[in-house]
Design a protein. Structure first.
Lengths: 314, 288
C-alpha cells in the first residue's frame, strides 16, 4: 500500500516527457510483469489456497481446512522419510561440493600450458543432460557388470550393490552429483582470478608459505563466492529430482532410501493426482527453504568477507 | 609442503618450476581421468554387442565395435522424432527468450520509471524461491486450458522472460555508454529505434549467452516434459530416454548409445560457445 501511494505521488511530480519515458519503461518490462503474475505470483497464491483442499483435478476442490497439514505432520511416514533423505543428502553433498569445487578451481588456476583443455574436460560432465548422466551412473554402479565394482575388484575390494542397497543409495547419488562439480569449480575459478595479486605478493614479502596464503588470503577472498554457491546449492539440493527419479526409481528405490522431497511431491501430485496434498507439501518445503536461506544470510556477517571497495564496484 | 622447503635452494629456480609443473600436471591428469572414465565407459558400452556388454572382465575396447547400435536406437524407439521435438522446443524457447528478455532488460537498464528498483529487486528475489511451489497450480492452469500433452506449457513461459537471463542482459546493457542513446534521440529516433538499432546490436555477446543457456536448459529439462507430455510421439530426448530405460532394462548398450546421442547437441554447442559460456558463468558467480 505505502509503496503504491509513494508511486502515485512520484508520478504526479513527473514532467510530461518523464511520464512518457515511464510509460515506455512499463511497456518494455510488461512481458516480465505478465509472467510474474501468471506464472509466479498467481500460482504461489493459488498453491497456498489449494493446500487447504482435497482435489484430484476432476470435479471441484473440496475445502478440508488444515487436515492436509495435519496428516503430513502426524501420519505420513513418507513425508518424514523424504525430509530425512533430502536433509542427509544436503548435509553430505553441499560441503563436498564446496571443498571439491575449490580444490579443483585451485588446480585449474595454475599457469600451465594446455590448462584450457583440462578445464574443458572437468566441465564436460556438467553439460551432459541429467537423464543421460544418471543413466551412465546407473550402469557404472551396476553391482555385477559395472565399472566401479570392476575397478574395486582390482584391489580385492568387493563393492556394495550401490543403488540396490538402501545404505548406499544416497552415497551413490552424491557421487553422481559430484561428477558435475566442474560447474561450480568454474565459478570458484572466476572468484580466484579476482583475488588481487598484490595480496599474495605482500604475503610473500612477509614470508608466508603457500598453505598460509591459501588459508589467510584465498579462502577469505572466496567467501562471497562460497556464500553465493551455498545459497543456490541449498535451493538446488531441495529441488533434486532427475537423478533420484532415474537412479533410485520413481517410488524412491529400496526402502524409499532415495525418496527425495521433490520426488515425493511429484508422486503425490502427479502420480496419485492429489493436488491439494502436493500443494501443501510444496508449501512446507518453500517455507523451510526460506527459513534456511534467511539463516544463511544472517550467518553471512560472521564469515563472509566483503571488501568495501569490491562491494562498491559491483 | 613444509619438509620440501629444505630442498628448495638446491633445486634452483628453474628446477623448482619444473617440479611444480610436473606435480601440477600429474594432479590435473588424475582428475581428468576421474571425470573422463565414466564418459569413456558410456561410449565404449554404446559400441558393444549384448554379449560384450555383460562380459566379465569387461572389454575396454570393444572388438569388433558395433557402430550399428546407433542405428538400432533409431529403429527401436522413435529417437529421430524425439530429436526433432526437442529441437523444436529449443528453437521456440530461444525465440521467446530473445524477444522477452531483451525488451525487459532494456526497460530495466535504460529507461527511468517510478518503482523500477523495487520491481527489479522483486524480480531478483524470485530467483531465490524454489519453482516447485508453482508446479501444481501451473499444471492445473494448463490442464484447465486444455494444454496438457501440447507444447504450450513448455513454450509460453519463455515469452515472459527468465529472471536470471534478464539480469544478465540488463547488466550488459548497463555497460553501453548512454551518449549513444542521446545522440540518437537528437537525430529524431524513438525509444524502439534506440533499442532495435543501437542497444540490440551492441548487446550481441549477451544475446549469445541467452541462446546458449536456453538451449542447454531446454535440451536437458526433464521434469516439465514428464509432467506435461503423455503421447510418446511428442516426447523429448530426455523423456524418451527415461522411458527407454524402463522398457528395456537390460539393453545397456543401446541405452548408452541413446545417452551418447542425447549429449551430442549440448556438447557441440559447448565447444562452439565455450568462451561465452564460462565467461557468462563467471558473471553469475560475481552476483553474490
Amino acid at each position: 500500500m505505502t509503496a503504491l501511494t509513494r508511486l502515485s505521488r512520484s508520478w504526479t511530480q513527473l514532467s510530461a516527457s518523464e511520464r512518457r519515458e515511464a510509460l515506455a519503461g512499463y511497456l518494455f518490462i510488461s512481458p516480465w510483469i505478465v509472467g510474474f503474475v501468471v506464472f509466479f505470483f498467481g500460482p504461489i497464491v493459488a498453491s497456498f489456497v489449494l493446500s487447504f483442499t482435497r482435489w484430484n483435478i476432476v470435479g471441484s476442490p473440496q475445502w478440508v481446512g488444515l487436515s492436509n497439514y495435519e496428516r503430513i505432520f502426524t501420519q505420513d511416514p513418507f513425508f518424514r522419510k523424504a525430509v530425512t533423505v533430502t536433509l542427509k543428502y544436503a548435509a553430505i553433498y553441499l560441503p563436498l561440493e564446496v571443498v571439491f569445487g575449490i580444490l579443483i578451481a585451485v588446480v585449474l588456476n595454475q599457469k600451465l600450458r594446455g590448462i584450457g583443455v583440462f578445464r574443458t574436460m572437468y566441465y564436460m560432465p556438467y553439460i551432459v543432460p541429467k537423464v543421460a548422466s544418471s543413466l551412465v551412473w546407473v550402469w557404472v554402479l551396476n553391482p555385477r557388470y559395472g565399472l566401479l565394482n570392476t575397478m574395486l575388484g582390482w584391489f580385492g575390494i568387493e563393492g556394495p550393490s550401490w543403488l540396490a542397497d538402501p545404505d548406499w543409495v544416497l552415497p551413490s547419488i552424491v557421487m553422481m552429483s559430484l561428477w558435475g562439480v566442474g560447474g561450480s569449480a568454474v565459478i570458484y575459478l572466476a572468484g580466484l582470478q579476482n583475488v588481487p595479486a598484490q595480496l599474495y605478493e605482500a604475503a610473500s614479502v612477509d614470508g608466508a608459505n603457500r598453505f598460509q596464503k591459501f588459508v589467510r588470503i584465498t579462502l577469505p577472498m572466496l567467501t562471497p563466492t562460497i556464500f553465493f554457491q551455498l545459497v543456490l546449492g541449498l535451493i538446488g539440493t531441495f529441488q533434486t529430482f532427475t537423478p533420484a527419479f532415474i537412479a533410485a526409481g520413481r517410488s524412491g528405490g529400496p526402502l524409499q532410501s532415495g525418496l527425495f522431497y521433490m520426488l515425493y511431491i511429484y508422486n503425490r501430485s502427479f502420480e496419485s493426482m492429489r493436488m491439494g496434498y502436493g500443494a501443501a507439501l510444496a508449501w512446507i518445503m518453500t517455507v523451510f527453504i526460506m527459513i534456511l536461506t534467511v539463516l544463511v544470510f544472517r550467518s553471512s556477517k560472521y564469515w563472509v568477507y566483503y571488501e568495501a571497495e569490491r562491494k562498491r564496484t559491483r | 609442503m613444509m619438509s620440501r622447503t629444505g630442498h628448495l635452494p638446491r633445486l634452483g629456480l628453474r628446477g623448482l618450476r619444473r617440479f611444480n609443473n610436473i606435480s601440477g600436471y600429474s594432479v590435473l591428469m588424475v582428475l581428468a581421468a576421474l571425470f573422463m572414465i565414466p564418459l569413456y565407459w558410456m561410449f565404449s558400452t554404446a559400441l558393444k554387442s549384448p554379449q560384450q556388454t555383460f562380459a566379465i572382465p569387461p572389454e575396454w575396447v570393444p572388438a569388433p565395435a558395433q557402430w550399428s547400435n546407433f542405428a538400432k536406437v533409431f529403429d527401436e524407439v522413435p529417437f529421430a522424432r524425439f530429436y526433432v521435438n526437442t529441437l523444436f522446443l529449443v528453437f521456440a524457447n530461444i525465440v521467446g527468450h530473445l524477444v522477452s528478455v531483451t525488451l525487459v532488460a532494456y526497460g530495466f537498464a535504460r529507461l527511468r520509471f517510478p518503482g523500477r528498483n523495487v520491481l527489479f529487486l522483486v524480480m531478483l528475489s524470485t530467483l531465490m524461491i524454489p519453482y516447485h511451489v508453482t508446479l501444481v497450480p501451473r499444471f492445473i492452469m494448463f490442464s484447465k486450458l486444455g494444454m496438457i500433452n501440447s507444447y504450450w506449457p513448455l513454450i509460453l513461459p519463455a515469452f515472459t522472460g527468465s529472471p536470471f537471463l534478464i539480469f544478465l542482459v540488463r547488466q550488459y546493457m548497463m555497460s553501453i555508454p548512454f551518449d549513444l542513446d542521446e545522440a540518437a534521440y537528437i537525430d529524431g529516433a524513438n525509444r524502439f529505434d534506440v533499442f532495435w538499432r543501437i542497444i540490440l546490436p551492441l548487446a550481441r555477446p549477451a544475446l549469445m549467452l541467452v541462446v546458449v543457456f536456453t538451449f542447454i536448459d531446454v535440451w536437458n529439462d526433464f521434469l516439465q516434459p514428464l509432467i506435461y507430455l503423455t503421447d510418446p510421439d511428442m516426447f523429448t530426448v530426455s523423456l524418451g530416454l527415461s522411458f527407454f530405460q524402463g522398457a528395456r532394462e537390460t539393453n545397456w548398450n543401446l541405452l548408452m548409445a541413446g545417452s551418447v546421442l542425447a549429449m551430442i547437441p549440448p556438447l557441440i554447442l559447448f565447444f562452439f560457445a565455450q568462451k561465452q559460456l564460462i565467461g557468462g558463468i563467471s558473471v553469475e558467480g560475481l552476483k553474490g
